[in-house]
Design a protein around this ligand. Structure first.
Ligand SMILES: *[C@@H]1O[C@H](CO)[C@@H](O)[C@H](O)[C@H]1NC(C)=O
Ligand SMILES: *[C@@H]1O[C@H](CO)[C@@H](O)[C@H](O)[C@H]1NC(C)=O
Ligand SMILES: *[C@@H]1O[C@H](CO)[C@@H](O)[C@H](O)[C@H]1NC(C)=O
Ligand SMILES: *[C@@H]1O[C@H](CO)[C@@H](O)[C@H](O)[C@H]1NC(C)=O
Ligand SMILES: *[C@@H]1O[C@H](CO)[C@@H](O)[C@H](O)[C@H]1NC(C)=O
Ligand SMILES: *[C@@H]1O[C@H](CO)[C@@H](O)[C@H](O)[C@H]1NC(C)=O
Ligand SMILES: *[C@@H]1O[C@H](CO)[C@@H](O)[C@H](O)[C@H]1NC(C)=O
Ligand SMILES: *[C@@H]1O[C@H](CO)[C@@H](O)[C@H](O)[C@H]1NC(C)=O
Ligand SMILES: *[C@@H]1O[C@H](CO)[C@@H](O)[C@H](O)[C@H]1NC(C)=O
Ligand SMILES: *[C@@H]1O[C@H](CO)[C@@H](O)[C@H](O)[C@H]1NC(C)=O
Ligand SMILES: *[C@@H]1O[C@H](CO)[C@@H](O)[C@H](O)[C@H]1NC(C)=O
Ligand SMILES: *[C@@H]1O[C@H](CO)[C@@H](O)[C@H](O)[C@H]1NC(C)=O
Length: 419
């Protein structure tokens, strides 16, 4: 019994060890020279239909036993195809684009009649899904390296790449020592490239690349919950409130083809700022972002005039955007600005602000509470609908009453009894 356990452990460890090592393949061309190299881990999560109108989701990793039949190398395009199990395959298309190459698409085909991978599957078909990977701008004669996990999602399939080392368009039959790292692997601070020779990214900023690249894929971002409404305030020297701001905040940022959204968590946010005669500031600092709102007073009105946003994205890259020429959230001095409906504001072409249950008063706060609110257009419109409905109902009731009384009068006039 214990011997079997030990054996099972060894087996499990053996598999784990092999998995973390990655699947390594060499593709050779007609002259038997290396033309495509890959060493990577891929894990799949596949959802498929089973009896009773249900879906089952299973997970597995790319096994070590793969064949490369169907792979091919040409001068400007090449394909890596890894076949495994009974009729499953995973393939990537690479295209050369001047001084860089990229992975255009990843196609994953899976044979649902394989009952070891897909038990109880209703369908027995082979399904193919094609996805767009984020492997772009890889310098020619360099390996693409990405140790970080990269999840690619489709309707029924999620796949996660990790510890990826790939070189397409290998020249002279030997793998390059030079590496183009993915952005997720890059150090968090945009430090000057003082990295050792082996990791000098040669993916030069190729200006024409973008124009020839396919349109950015809008990767479906998981929808975030509505952000919690935070209540922020600043006190003046004499310890009365001089700035009040309530809102739920979501930030959308675009980095290349990636779009990412994050919510500001009020209970993890530090508030600071200052009130002036002509300008007031509110700074919110959370573990993920720093936002500075600058409000100005132009004698009769105030407005949000500048916004300075800094964050670290999930891939660890520093992100900073400033716009000092805004005219948002405008209201008369002595009142507050309010907008309960969700609003979005384009701050810069890569930064979008979403607000929920917004009310701000950066000047002239008295008695520590908001003054009369000036409401945004969207709120005003949503008020009109119930008013219109109310008025219509009232008119209807009047008509009915009128009809009733007229009817009664007539009945009385003709002498009928009426109840
Ligand atoms: C799919 O799997 C079934 C059962 O494992 C096998 O008989 C069939 O040949 C496979 N299909 C392909 C295209 O390999
Ligand atoms: C696949 O299933 C259909 C019916 O669901 C059946 O007619 C067909 O023979 C099956 N094909 C294979 C290769 O098992
Ligand atoms: C893919 O990932 C998303 C987000 O993590 C999840 O909601 C979805 O169920 C996953 N799909 C599959 C097939 O695993
Ligand atoms: C790769 O690195 C070596 C040494 O740093 C350098 O001489 C060579 O030019 C590099 N090759 C490419 C394609 O950048
Ligand atoms: C970019 O493309 C235009 C025309 O498509 C060409 O005139 C220009 O020289 C190219 N620039 C570079 C840096 O390749
Ligand atoms: C506190 O200072 C503000 C101006 O900064 C002034 O309007 C207000 O009257 C002061 N309140 C008290 C209690 O002194
Ligand atoms: C912050 O608020 C969220 C819900 O809004 C809650 O789940 C979380 O526990 C809170 N964290 C702290 C530190 O209070
Ligand atoms: C707004 O600015 C005007 C002129 O600069 C000033 O007179 C007024 O007191 C300011 N209002 C507040 C609330 O600070
Ligand atoms: C506020 O602006 C007015 C006119 O724009 C100027 O006269 C005044 O000195 C400014 N006050 C402060 C405190 O900067
Ligand atoms: C924006 O904020 C960052 C960090 O807080 C700061 O370094 C930068 O100078 C600010 N930019 C402007 C234009 O205020
Ligand atoms: C600020 O915005 C206004 C209108 O929105 C525009 O006319 C002006 O050119 C902008 N100024 C700068 C410096 O961007
Ligand atoms: C932004 O708001 C406008 C209306 O104000 C709306 O039509 C649009 O769909 C919103 N965009 C997003 C991304 O929410």
């Amino acid at each position: 019994m214990s011997r079997y356990t030990a054996f099972a452990w060894l087996l499990a460890f053996g598999i784990v060890f092999q998995l973390s090592h990655g699947v390594e393949v060499n593709v050779t061309d007609k002259e038997d020279m290396l033309c495509l190299y890959a060493n990577l881990n891929v894990s799949f999560s596949v959802s498929y239909e089973v009896a009773g109108d249900r879906n089952k989701t299973i997970e597995f990793t790319l096994p070590n036993e793969v064949t490369t039949d169907g792979s091919k190398c040409d001068t400007t395009s090449s394909t890596l195809k890894l076949n495994f199990g009974t009729g499953h395959s995973w393939s990537v298309n690479f295209v050369m684009n001047g001084k860089v190459y990229q992975a255009d698409s990843i196609t994953f085909s899976y044979n649902l009649s394989d009952s070891t991978h897909f038990p109880e599957s209703l369908s027995n078909e082979t399904v193919s899904v094609t996805m767009k990977p984020q492997i772009t701008n890889v310098g020619v004669d360099t390996c693409y390296s990405c140790k970080s996990k990269d999840m690619i999602q489709a309707d029924l399939v999620n796949m996660t790449l990790s510890d990826v080392l790939i070189q397409a368009f290998v020249s002279n039959g030997s793998k390059s020592e030079n590496i183009t790292s993915c952005s997720a692997d890059q150090p968090t601070t945009p430090a000057p490239p003082t990295t050792p020779a082996t990791s000098t990214a040669t993916a030069a900023p190729v200006t024409n690349f973008t124009s020839t690249a396919p349109p950015p894929t809008t990767t479906p971002t998981p929808t975030l919950p509505t952000p919690t409404t935070g209540k922020y305030s600043i006190k003046s020297d004499n310890s009365t409130f001089c700035l009040l701001a309530n809102f739920g905040l979501r930030i959308g940022i675009k980095q290349g083809e990636k779009y990412q959204e994050m919510n500001l968590e009020p209970n993890m946010t530090k508030v600071s700022g200052s009130c002036g005669v002509n300008s007031s500031e509110l700074q919110l600092v959370s573990n993920t972002m720093t936002i500075m709102f600058t409000f100005t007073n132009n004698t009769t009105k105030f407005q949000l005039h500048a916004l300075n946003f800094t964050a670290k994205t999930t891939s660890g890259v520093e992100f900073s955007e400033v716009n000092t020429n805004l005219s948002l959230w405008e209201a008369a001095i002595g009142s507050s600005y309010m907008c309960n409906k969700e609003q979005n504001y384009t701050i810069t072409n890569v930064l979008t602000l979403y607000t929920f249950n917004l009310q701000v008063q950066p000047f002239g706060v008295t008695k520590d509470v908001f003054s009369t609110a000036e409401e945004c257009q969207a709120d005003a419109e949503s008020f009109l609908v119930p008013i219109a409905v109310g008025v219509a109902l009232l008119v209807l009731i009047l008509i009915v009453l009128l009809a009733y009384f007229i009817g009664r009068k007539r009945n009385m006039a003709t002498g009928y009894e009426s109840f």
